[in-house]
Design a protein around this ligand. Structure first.
Ligand code: ATP
Length: 357
């Protein structure tokens, strides 16, 4: 096991004017489960591939433990990678697939057999050891790919969207299994996904990337409760946080008839003339009065419902989404009123989008 450090690691693809990953600074602790998340093209896979040695580091360094691995070959790095397509050898049995890296490393046969069996038991794959990958279900193949990584007992696991080929139900089951297994093994893991629910449920910490730049790295709770900027606020959470750009007056801003004070700087000043206020759908409550909303769509999910509508916020008609009690959701065309506690409002500056309160 080992820590992993990205030290201003930059990847610039030939012919591209902007880096795919720009001066990434990230320290991953020994034994930690770190999730890299962000929209398509934000640089998640490239970050992982730099760590694996599959992509050149243009500037900066990458360390595994205390060792600078920046110039090292992938083979020299003590890592094991699980890919989206599993990359199993079709002509080999499950046991051969799982033990292949050990065979290459000239590990004694008995030891290979022993380690493969142990991991197969862990992953409930014992009865499939003689089968070829084509005779397995998607979920079983995924477990073989995991098993192949675990058998090697590397210092670090790298996983690039390993669940994306599974159906929704299996994905939910498997994400729990992977997270539990990782905690049991205690192997430092870097896990790439574009799925924020996966990120929130699996990671000890989650690093959010956008356009090759790290936006925030924090625990799932911190990311959700205290997003560092407008991008993270809008990206984490589904449905997304409501965001309204509003003028500041009297050291605050108004959403409907509710006054939200704007935090002051160290000199006691409110420096912004406009702010972006954010409020999550679950913090809006349907009430007898408050912000008037005309309902356009009601999305019933069984245990809850989301109400999408339009409201006049700061003189502009804006989209708004609120969570509703599923037993009695409003209907399309209804007019309803929303109230909220100003304590739940997130405040961001408009100059750089950063959280100010
Ligand atoms: P996705 O979720 O879609 O897989 P990602 O966050 O993993 O996206 P990357 O694959 O890391 O994104 O890509 C980051 C950026 O680098 C993108 O703009 C992509 O087009 C670019 N890129 C990736 N690979 C190459 C390459 N081999 N040559 C040139 N540009 C590349």
């Amino acid at each position: 096991m080992a820590s992993v450090t990205f030290d201003k690691a930059t990847c610039l693809f030939p012919g591209s004017s902007t880096p795919a990953v720009d001066a990434l600074d990230l320290e991953i602790e020994d034994g930690e489960f770190l999730v890299l998340v962000g929209p398509s093209g934000c640089g998640k896979s490239t970050s992982l591939r730099m760590l694996a040695g599959l992509e050149e580091v243009h500037s900066g360094r990458i360390l595994i433990g205390n060792q600078d691995v920046t110039g090292q070959d992938p083979k020299e790095r003590d890592i094991a990678m699980v890919f989206q397509n599993y990359a199993l050898y079709p002509h080999m049995s499950v046991a051969e697939n799982m033990g292949f890296a050990l065979k290459l490393a000239k590990t004694p046969k008995d030891e290979i057999r022993q380690r493969v069996l142990e991991v197969a038991r862990m992953l409930d794959l014992e009865q499939f050891l003689d089968r070829k990958p084509k005779a397995l279900s998607g979920g079983q193949r995924q477990r073989v790919a995991m098993g192949r990584a675990i058998v090697r007992q590397p210092q670090v696991f790298l996983m690039d969207e390993p669940l994306s080929n599974l159906d929704a139900k299996l994905r939910v089951q498997t994400r729990t299994q992977i997270a539990q297994l990782q905690r049991r093994l205690g192997t430092t893991t870097v896990y790439v996904t574009h799925d924020q629910v996966e990120a929130m449920t699996m990671g000890d910490r989650v690093a959010v990337l956008e356009k090759g730049i790290l936006q925030q790295c924090a625990s799932p709770r911190e990311l959700y409760n205290r997003p560092a900027n407008i991008f993270v606020a809008g990206f984490m959470g589904s449905p997304a946080m409501n965001l309204f750009r509003l003028p500041v007056f009297d050291r605050g801003a108004m959403i409907g008839d509710t006054y939200v004070p704007i935090p002051r700087d160290v000199l006691g000043q409110v420096t912004e003339t406009e702010v972006v206020l954010g409020i999550r759908p679950e913090h809006l409550e349907i009430s007898a009065d408050g912000l008037a909303v005309d309902v356009d769509v009601v999305e019933e999910l069984g245990s809850e419902a989301y109400v999408y509508g339009r409201a006049d916020v700061g003189g502009i008609v804006q989209q708004i989404v609120a969570r509703s009690d599923w037993r009695n959701p409003p209907q399309k065309g209804d007019r309803l009123y929303l109230r909220f506690d100003p304590e739940h409002v997130h405040v961001f500056g408009t100059s750089d989008g950063r959280r100010i309160g």
